[in-house]
Design a protein around this ligand. Sequence first.
Ligand code: ZN
Ligand code: ZN
Length: 239
Amino acid sequence: MRWRQAIQNMLYPRAACCLGCADPRRAQEKDCLCPDCREQLMKLRLREGVCMRCMSVLDAHGNCAFCASGGLEGLQEGYAAYRHSGIARTLVMALKYEYCDEAADALAAGMADCTPAYRYDALVPVPLHRHRQRMRGANQAALLARAAAPRMGLPVLEALERIRETRVQTQLNREGRMKNVQGAFAVRMNVQGLRILLVDDVRTTGATARECARVLLQANAKYVGILSATAPQRDGGKR
Ligand SMILES: [Zn+2]
Ligand SMILES: [Zn+2]
């Protein structure tokens, strides 16, 4: 059902344009980004001045707003590859709305690079409700997990399902997001004793990840962490 991407690929072959700047003259044979966009993406990597527990950018006083607001409650730790801006944001959009495999691959490389894979047994993508997945064609978190898995030497377990349709979270504040995802997920396989790394495209307030962790821990997972492609520079009260 990824017909939209199939048609688009037929009309505009992916290899012909840079995914970052859409310039066909900057096409690279083995890279979906031109050298300039690749360099810009590297500059967005979350490396320095970030929280040791969740990789959010620290404020001027060295404090983490995400951890201070309970962002990691119930979660072992959080990893994120890029700041949610510029080329990184463009790649997330290409992934979310076009299911672009090259975008998943480019983001997954940074995700694998920032995570100590030996601390985990499996990657578990944050699921979409089956109605939304049918409408959209694919789940961006699953595409990311599948692209990151071989790089990390971990299997992908589709261990969660969304049992209740939830509202799109971009319009909701922090409290609204928490209520929105409450009771939305169920565990659909044995996860007992497993060290699970949730995978999602963007981590904003962490409400979705916390709710997924809650049901996984209830099903006796050993611990649960969250790995996302991007995290916003400042906790703006989104997901
Ligand atoms: Zn470019
Ligand atoms: Zn933190």
